[in-house]
Design a protein around this ligand. Structure first.
Ligand code: FHN
Length: 450
């Protein structure tokens, strides 16, 4: 009997593992590599993360990297680190801000295009240990994340305008590039990335800045394979390679290029529940801190989160801390408002996947186990007539916040739903349809007039 049970268990395990969507992720040079299934599931279950763009440029309030040689003269920009002393930096507070927002992971610019490193790197003096602050930001932040249960992740720029062997400067910098040797710079990157993995154990590397021709498709695939060999469960975005079509985040050919997920930027990605993606967006206008920058209203922040999750993606929302180490109180307050909404409605976000209804201006949908969550984005829309798949029976319909009663009438191909009263939440109200079977396999419902 025991042997039979063992055999059954092994068959079930093999079936489950092979049934998980297997995403080729190593590119054409490494067809055997696939995205680590459990790591990907964990990433997608988290749905919502904090992006942080920070560095000595906060002293000037201009854009990180891009203001070098424009609003800030190059020599001045490259010497800001000598003034950088974020004495009010408190890793525990930053992580608590993410946690209070309902964010489950945190991605920080360990090195942006300007080349300044927020950690104690053996491979350069242009790092946090050369500033008056002299403390390892990444050490403090990764430890605070671990302590508070937030997943620590590292943004790393391939573009590095301060490294003598990085192949190009950029528009603002008229200096001729020394006889750069990209193979030397490539080894520098591998050394630093190994440092990051060995010392701070990020769950994910968020690459950026791989646009120059001198950084090749082969380099991208080799770097992906190198990192997966260092840490098999690590996730790596599609910007490690050359597949990115501009800022769309869409990879030209998913098998040809390396990367585990796509990265549409400053916009909600297209509906896609087959391939993982994450929208990244700024809470203000600028990625790095800017005085009096225009901040997004709460409704837009939450609707963006819901449209991303309803579309099958994650949402990585960016804050830019100030030079003294604090995140602006108004940004903290906005994120706390998002967290308060999520506290009531978190079941409809975390652990869900997009669909089955494609997002509209009035509603998005998510699903998990035997439930479909309809996120109603307009208060006036209280009567719904939605196509509904044959063979799936709705057992219960109710508002997640329990405020109003709901009645429904299901026929062979549709369901009429009536919410008795004006939707209470000015931001979004979640309607739950509890069914008689799992909902994740319901085919996508494209057209419906709601
Ligand atoms: O040039 C960077 C920019 O500064 C910022 O880091 C964004 C975030 O995704 N990525 C690049 C622009 O696509």
């Amino acid at each position: 009997m025991k042997l039979i049970l063992m055999v059954v268990f092994v068959i079930q395990f093999i079936f489950c593992y092979t049934m998980q969507a297997q995403h080729p992720s190593g590119g054409e040079a490494y067809p055997e590599l696939i995205t680590h299934p459990e790591a990907l599931k964990g990433f997608q279950d988290m749905r919502f993360g904090m992006f942080i763009h920070w560095g000595p440029v906060a002293l000037r309030g201009t854009e990180i990297g891009w203001s070098r040689g424009k609003e800030v003269p190059i020599k001045e920009y490259d010497n800001l680190y000598k003034e950088f002393n974020p004495v009010l930096f408190n890793a525990e507070e930053w992580v608590k801000t993410a946690k209070d927002a309902g964010m489950k992971y945190l991605v920080i610019t360990t090195k942006h295009h300007d080349g300044f490193c927020l950690w104690d790197s053996k491979y350069t003096e242009y790092d946090i240990m050369s500033t008056p602050y002299k403390k390892d930001i990444l050490k403090e932040l990764s430890e605070a994340c671990k302590k508070q249960g937030i997943i620590f992740c590292a943004y790393y720029s391939i573009a590095d305008w301060s490294h003598p062997h990085y192949a190009t400067r950029y528009g603002g910098d008229k200096r001729a590039v020394e006889e750069s040797d990209m193979s030397i710079y490539y080894q520098y990157m591998k050394n630093q990335l190994k440092e990051l993995i060995d010392n701070y154990d990020p769950a994910l590397i968020w690459f950026d800045g791989g646009w120059e021709d001198a950084y090749t498709h082969k380099m991208g695939m080799d770097l992906y394979a190198y990192l997966r060999a260092l840490k098999p469960s690590i996730l790596i975005n599609n910007r490690v390679d050359k597949g990115l079509e501009g800022m769309t985040g869409k990879t030209k050919s998913r098998k040809k290029f390396a990367g585990d997920y796509e990265t549409p930027e400053q916009r909600v990605g297209a509906f896609d529940i087959e391939y993982p993606w994450e929208t990244c967006m700024t809470i203000c206008k600028q990625w790095a801190w800017k005085p009096n920058d225009k901040m997004k209203p709460l409704k837009e922040c939450i609707h963006t989160l819901l449209k991303a999750t309803g579309g099958g993606g994650n949402f990585l929302f960016n804050v830019g801390p100030m030079a003294d180490g604090r995140i602006e109180q108004r940004q903290i307050d906005r994120l706390k408002e998002m967290g308060d909404w999520l506290k009531v409605n978190e079941e409809a976000v975390y652990g869900t996947r997009g669909g089955p209804y494609k997002p509209t201006d009035y509603m998005v949908s998510t699903r998990k186990e035997n439930k479909i969550y309809i996120h109603l984005l307009e208060k006036s829309k209280t009567n719904l007539k939605l196509p509904f798949p044959k063979g799936v029976k709705i057992k219960k319909a109710y508002l997640l916040d329990g405020t109003l009663s709901v009645s429904f009438n299901q026929n062979k191909e549709a369901v009429d739903i009536n919410i008795n009263g004006l939707l209470p939440d000015n931001i979004a109200t979640v309607l739950v349809l509890e069914t008689n079977k799992p909902t994740n396999n319901i085919k996508v419902i494209e057209r419906f007039n709601y």
